[in-house]
Design a protein around this ligand. Sequence first.
Ligand code: C5P
Length: 302
Amino acid sequence: MRLKHQGSSIVVDTPAKLNLFLEVLQRREDGYHELETVMTAIDVFDTLRFSPTEDPSIRFQLSFDRRLKNTQVPVDERNICMQAARLMQGEYGVQQGVHIELHKRIPAQAGMGGGSSDAAAVLVALNHLWNLRLTSPELHGLASRLGSDVNFFIDAPGAALCRGRGEQVEFLATGSRWSFVVTIPDTGLSTAAVFQALSYQQPVLNVGDFLKSLDSGRTSGIAQMMYNRLEEPAARLSKQVDELLRVMRAASRLAPRMTGSGSACFALCHGPAEARSLAARLRVRLNRPVWVCNSCPSSSAA
Ligand code: C5P
């Protein structure tokens, strides 16, 4: 994430993510699922402005990119930004407040980590604004209490292998910059509902094989090894995901995938030019927003 000071305010651009590989290993006693997933940050950003308030109140304001005009995101205590700010206030006895203005460009319920990225931005920014001096392990402790994907965004590692619920983040030094086309159906999907609809199938795929394809650096080899175990239950829950993947498969050179628990789908491309031309074809075929984007190297994401 990119953080800048503007007067007494802090402004943060925080990225979306795509899951290039996602395998579910098993259901755990606590109801969560044990995962192995490879995520990359992409250059689609939400922007958050944090301004100090005179009192301990937490105020929250939301605006949307024109492409997300029908998006449903709560603006009250249910919003993960509010939850993150309240968690910090409660945990460290903070007497200061904050006015958070969130401008959303990352679609919600899309599997692109928008809410998680916003929550990570709140933790990192309020650590500065409230002068809490929390260490990275302390921030990660708070992050894992807010959601399984929040930890990924705290250190903005570019690409990472995530295990456990998703909260154990291991940086991957790929050095590659990938181009993607991303699109969303009309409706989002609930993460909990998609995990619930999962039926276990063997064999469990080995993330090691996917990591080897990343090391090789060949785009077509990486695309061939991309996988998402949640794609099948998501496509069962939403015919639109199924349809979107079908249209993308017909239009793109490399096999498209769904990200996270959906409902956004993406195609890896051989470079920005191929991505732009695929996006143009998809815009003709789909009456939906289409993003052309690139993976963020760790330095620009951080
Ligand atoms: O952690 P997060 O709040 O993003 O998870 C939302 C829901 O998705 C969880 O309540 C759980 O039902 C499901 N989930 C899961 N296994 C994971 C992550 C999420 O079952 N590793």
